[in-house]
Write a protein that binds this ligand. Structure first.
Ligand SMILES: NC(=O)c1ccc[n+]([C@@H]2O[C@H](COP(=O)([O-])OP(=O)(O)OC[C@H]3O[C@@H](n4cnc5c(N)ncnc54)[C@H](O)[C@@H]3O)[C@@H](O)[C@H]2O)c1
Length: 310
C-alpha cells in the first residue's frame, strides 16, 4: 500500500526545497543552498563537442571546476571529422559562463604522456581531481570480414585502451585522497551485438568489464566506478554522411529527416535519438557525493531498447 500525504488539514504540503529555504531565512539573511558538486573538480575526455561538452557544462552548472581534453584532430580510419581546437575553446567558454573555471587542453586518450600532462595541469590549477568521465570515443562501420587491422586497432586503442589510460592517469591521485567518482561512457552497443560494428561493440563491452573490475578493486577506497550506456545520441558521431548512408543505403544523399525513422525503429519508445543533456543527467547522478552506494553498475539511457533482454 502506498503511503498517503501526512498533511493533517489536507492543505498544501511545502516542498523540501521550500522548507529548506524557510530554514535558511530564519536567521535573517537568505543563504543560497550549496550546489551538489561545489568544490569538486571533474576531468572529462572528448570535451570539444557532443556529450563531452554537455557533461562539462552540466557538472560545472552543479558547481564543479572542469578539466577537458580532446584530440582536436581527425583519425584516418574514422569516417567523419572529429572535434576541433575551436570547439574545445568554445566548451571552455560555456563552462566559464556558469561561473566555474576550466582547463582545456589538446590530448589524445591513446597517449599516456599527454594524459599525464593534462592531469598535472589540472592538479596545478585546482589541487585535486574528484571526478573522471572517460567519454572520448570514435565509431565506424564495417562488416566483420572487411575490418582491416588499422581500423580494428584504432577503435580498440581509442574506445577501450583510451578509457583505461584516462582512468589510470587519475587513479593514483584518487586513491591517495580516498575519494573518486569515475564514469566511463560505454554504449548500448556494449550490451548487445550490432551488425557492422564488431570493433565498436567489442571495445564498448570491454569498457564494462574494465569498470566492473576496477569497481571491485576500489570499493573500499572511497571510489566508485560505473558505466553509462546511451542509445543513439544527437551528436556529430550520429549525424554525419557516413552514418546516414549506412542507415539509408538506397538514398544518394540521405538527410537527418530520412534517417530519423530508421533510428526510431531501434528502440521501444520510437524516439530517434536522445539529447546529450539526457545522458548528462545519468553522469551527474553517478558523480554526486550522494551516489557513494552505486559502484560497478551499468546505467542504460536506452529508450527501452533492452527492456525485453535483460
Ligand atoms: N552519439 C551516439 O549515438 C552514442 C551512443 C552511445 C555511446 N556513445 C559514446 O559517447 C561518447 C561521446 O560521443 P559523442 O556522441 O559525443 O560523439 P562526438 O563524436 O560528437 O564526440 C566525441 C569527442 O571525442 C573526441 N575524441 C575522439 N577520439 C579521441 C581521442 N583519441 N582522444 C581524445 N579525444 C577524442 C572527438 O574529437 C570528439 O570531440 C563516445 O564514447 C561514444 O562512443 C555515443
Amino acid at each position: 500500500m502506498g503511503s498517503k500525504s501526512s498533511g493533517k488539514s489536507g492543505g498544501k504540503q511545502s516542498s523540501p526545497a521550500a522548507a529548506g529555504e524557510k530554514k535558511r531565512k530564519r536567521f535573517g539573511k537568505s543563504v543560497p543552498a550549496p550546489l551538489p558538486l561545489e568544490g569538486r573538480v571533474a576531468f572529462i575526455t572528448g570535451g570539444s563537442r557532443g556529450q563531452g561538452r554537455s557533461h562539462a557544462v552540466a557538472l560545472a552548472s552543479e558547481g564543479a571546476d572542469i578539466i577537458i581534453c580532446d584530440i582536436a584532430a581527425d583519425i584516418d580510419t574514422v569516417p567523419y571529422p572529429l572535434g576541433t581546437k575551436a570547439e574545445l575553446r568554445e566548451t571552455a567558454v560555456l563552462v566559464e559562463a556558469t561561473g566555474r573555471s576550466c582547463v582545456a587542453m589538446v590530448a589524445d586518450v591513446r597517449d599516456t604522456e599527454a594524459l599525464a600532462t593534462v592531469v598535472s595541469a589540472g592538479l596545478d590549477k585546482f589541487g585535486h581531481i574528484d571526478i573522471c568521465v572517460a567519454n572520448a570515443g570514435i565509431t565506424g562501420f564495417s562488416k566483420f570480414q572487411d575490418l582491416d587491422d588499422q581500423t580494428w586497432q584504432d577503435m580498440i586503442d581509442v574506445d577501450l585502451t583510451g578509457v583505461f589510460k584516462t582512468i589510470r592517469a587519475v587513479l593514483p591521485h584518487m586513491l591517495e585522497q580516498r575519494y573518486g567518482r569515475i564514469v566511463a561512457v560505454s554504449s548500448m552497443a556494449g550490451r548487445m551485438g550490432n551488425p557492422n560494428l564488431a570493433h565498436y561493440v567489442a571495445a564498448k563491452w570491454g569498457v564494462i568489464g574494465l569498470v566492473k573490475t576496477l569497481a571491485m578493486e576500489t570499493a573500499n577506497k572511497g571510489i566508485t566506478v560505473n558505466a553509462v550506456c546511451p542509445a543513439a545520441v544527437d551528436t556529430p558521431m550520429l549525424h554525419n554522411p557516413a552514418m546516414y548512408s549506412l542507415f539509408c543505403p538506397e538514398l544518394a544523399e540521405p538527410t537527418r529527416d530520412d534517417v530519423a525513422p530508421r533510428y526510431a525503429s531501434m528502440n521501444r519508445m520510437g524516439v530517434p535519438w536522445l539529447a546529450p543533456e539526457e545522458i548528462s543527467r545519468a553522469v551527474s547522478f553517478l558523480c554526486a557525493d550522494a551516489a557513494r552506494g552505486t559502484t560497478g553498475q551499468v546505467i542504460e539511457v536506452s529508450l527501452g531498447s533492452s527492456a525485453g533482454q535483460h
